[in-house]
Design a binder for this molecule. Structure first.
Ligand code: GLV
Ligand code: MG
Length: 351
């Protein structure tokens, strides 16, 4: 057992002070870049103003023979670009891979002061986070980093889902968790080859018509990911960290992508991954609260200046609880407006 006071002590002498709070920065999309490809590295300066976080991917989708080149590519991207307000993330290889140690040992000394978040795939339980936590503290002390690196776990194994509450609370470095529907489907033996989204065979059907056994029966497709997402959102919010939807693989189906992103947004997620430039605009649209809803939320706050009592607005009852809902909406919109002039104007928050 780790005692409460120990959470705020560095895990190695000389390592920076652990973070008491995870700063909430707009992260509507985490855009994935394969850093071994020089033509895509060259596009980073154009990409940075368009995305909230750019992630250099070292794990799945990077060919085995390109793992070293990809790692060096992260260093080039970090050193050669001014990230400004855009976050720099990397997804390193999993703890059971032959590349994890090289990833950490090379990246932390080279660009540890430029990296915001390190994404750890295939996290199975808090023991994985404890291991990386200790290793990073050693490296931060050795290379005199001034701020602790944050960790983000991908929820993509059956064991990980079983342990998600403990994973979210495993370390003050934990910044958030993303759902990884592709690996999770495999780990759970789900019978789908899709990366997120629905499946036409996962449905419920109305009863047969007693007077007409052959009458068509209405069906409704169900959401394969609802249970996991909802559990992940609760685990993250209870631990004070951020939940994300992960990848949506059908690049050719932007409507279904938008639906999947929106379902996760409504449930409490703050962002999703964009695997293709076309998904950046979808994520921006979905994870920026709707301007009309933000205006209504602002009216709730104006109508209840101290947040107590009860008022009616357009026939809807407002009380302490809806006041808090309105605050979530308005505070999210304010953060986005600070970063994104287009939304500042849409929300009427500019100047
Ligand atoms: C993401 O890594 C996934 O497996 O879905
Ligand atoms: Mg995966």
């Amino acid at each position: 057992m780790r005692y409460p006071r120990d959470f705020m002590k560095p895990l190695a002498i000389g390592a920076p002070q652990p973070l008491a709070e995870i700063a909430v920065r707009p992260t509507r999309m985490i855009h994935f870049l394969p850093p071994h490809l020089p033509n895509l590295r060259a596009k980073v300066p154009d990409m940075l103003p368009q995305v909230d976080a750019l992630l250099c991917n070292l794990e799945d989708a990077i060919p085995t023979e390109s793992k070293d080149e990809a790692r060096e590519g992260v260093i080039e991207v970090a050193r050669d670009n001014d990230f400004g307000q855009t976050q720099l993330w990397t997804r390193i290889n999993s703890l059971d891979s032959p590349w994890f140690l090289d990833d950490v040992m090379r990246l932390v000394p080279a660009v540890g002061d430029k990296l915001d978040v390190m994404m750890i795939p295939k996290v199975e339980g808090p023991q994985d986070i404890h291991f990386v936590d200790q290793l990073l503290a050693q490296l931060e002390a050795k290379y005199q980093l001034q701020r602790p690196l944050m960790l983000h776990a991908i929820l993509e194994t059956a064991a990980g889902v079983s342990n998600v509450e403990e994973i979210a609370a495993a370390s003050p470095r934990m910044q958030g968790v993303s759902l990884g529907p592709a690996d999770l489907a495999a780990s759970r033996r789900m019978k789908t080859t899709r990366v997120g989204g629905g499946h036409p065979s996962y449905l419920v059907r109305t009863d047969p018509d007693p007077d007409d056994a052959d009458a068509p029966r209405v069906t409704a497709q169900q959401d394969l990911w609802h249970y996991t997402l909802a559990r992940m959102v609760d685990a993250c919010n209870a631990a004070g960290i951020l939940p994300f939807y992960g990848p949506f693989g059908a690049i050719d189906d932007p409507l279904a992508c938008e639906d999947q992103f929106r379902a996760s947004f409504l449930l409490g997620c703050v962002g999703a991954w964009s695997l293709h430039p076309s998904q950046i605009a979808i994520a921006k649209r979905v994870f920026s609260p709707d301007p009309d809803e933000v205006k209504f939320a602002s009216r709730i706050i104006e109508a209840m200046p101290d947040g107590s009592g009860v008022v009616m607005l357009d026939g809807k009852m407002q009380d302490d609880a809806t006041y808090k809902q309105a605050q979530v909406m308005v505070n999210t919109a304010k953060l986005i407006a600070e970063r994104d002039p287009e939304y500042a104007e849409l929300y009427g928050f500019e100047g």
